[in-house]
Design a protein around this ligand. Sequence first.
Ligand code: NAD
Ligand code: UDP
Length: 325
Amino acid sequence: MTRKKILVTGGAGFVGSHLCERLLNEGNEVFCLDNFFTGQKQNIVHLLDNPFFELIRHDVTAPFFIEADEIYNLACPASPIHYQYNPIKTMKTSVMGAINMLGLAKRIKAKILQASTSEVYGNPLVHPQPEGYWGHVNPIGERSCYDEGKRAAETLFIDYNKQNQVDIKIIRIFNTYGPRMHPNDGRVVSNFIVQALQNQDITIYGQGQQTRSFQFIDDLVEGMIRMMASGDHFPGPVNIGNPVEFTILELAEKVIQLTGSQSKIIHKPLPSDDPMMRQPDITLAKKELDWSPKIDLDEGLIKTIEFFKSDLFKLEPENIYEEIM
Ligand code: NAD
Ligand code: UDP
């Protein structure tokens, strides 16, 4: 077997750390690049002893050079509180990061995969969302730095493919959860689990009738690897998500039940431009990648709850938040 050299930007984050682990387990050499804005050393500390793992502190908005066969471009804060903290930087990370990584891929002739997002569909008017849907996105709202940054990155990927024949792959990731989510990054699954484990109020924004379709991390990583391995006839974009849809209220009730928590549900104002529904159409992923998610919400939530209960969740959320900001 040949050992591939693989660069993972954003490798110390939630998704990136699982991907690095899987790629190493498959016998590859992994370069994990991260500026540690939302990533944590704790996510990858167990990989540091592996001689085929290398950690590089770098910001993707600056050019970078390395020899690699494949690049997974994940660097970008993903939770609304983090990407809205410095919206200009978020846009720079998506756009300049894409330009720098595509330039690198072109120069070294590497295959490159972009971690795009269901947010490119905005607050969708088509349901479920197929890849052919162009979306319904506010260009000047709270979420625009992330949504439009990711849309621009997709454009860059497609144009580097057409103009410079770079071997590109685009996946649109739908809400993903699992161990190593940042306990204080504000995303709904981590918020609800942390609140439930501490018997604090569960904060539903709005009435909780908005929907999301939650995918467990292992299913996503499998989809990413299959997409990278697919032939060059299929650059994507392709949706990678679990099509089983829940209201946020249903999620809250499930988390309370699975944790046996005494928490009460309270309601807070719905943030602006919060999408009312989201569900992937995964027909294309099934056909082209023979991929579909295997882990249902109960099974995935139980694994995630175990993580937050375990020794890994040592720090108080308040302290972790201060560390990042
Ligand atoms: P995360 O915040 O845990 O990970 C992002 C990583 O990128 C962090 O380690 C962070 O430090 C790093 N990073 C941020 N800006 C950087 C920069 N300028 N230079 C170098 N590194 C930088 O988020 P995640 O959930 O692991 O998301 C990973 C990728 O997947 C992101 O691109 C995100 O947009 C995409 N995605 C995730 C989801 C999801 O539900 N988790 C959904 C859709 C898309
Ligand atoms: N949400 C909520 N309570 C929380 C955090 C989030 O009700 O404590 C809602 C949020 O308004 C959104 C959904 O849960 O409707 C998913 O939010 P998240 O930030 O996880 O992902 P995204 O909105 O980017 O899909």
